[in-house]
Write a new protein. Structure first.
Length: 89
């Protein structure tokens, strides 16, 4: 599946790319996001998290060194497939 994005026109690869993953407030969300990132790009990740004001959602930002447009798209799809994730920005 391709998302038909234009990251290759906007970014110079390889580069560090921030993904913001928003999901239900689950203590395993951050670990699940790191596990997905590790499957695509092995690295030492230190994501940051923020719980919503009502405590319903958790926003996790993770920085990944991506090699090309296809890898960015693959990570968007993989992060979106994590149970409880509602949006990937």
């Amino acid at each position: 599946m391709s998302l038909n994005t234009k990251f290759d026109e906007l970014l110079d690869f390889p580069c560090l790319f921030n993904f913001k993953v928003i999901g239900n407030n689950d203590p395993k969300l951050e670990d699940n996001i790191v596990a997905v990132a590790q499957k695509h790009v092995v690295g030492n990740y230190a994501p940051t998290s923020k719980v919503s004001s009502k405590g319903t959602y958790n926003s996790v930002t993770i920085k990944v060194k991506v090699q090309d447009n296809k890898q960015v798209e693959s990570l968007y799809i993989a992060f979106g497939a994590i149970p409880g994730v509602v949006r990937v920005l």
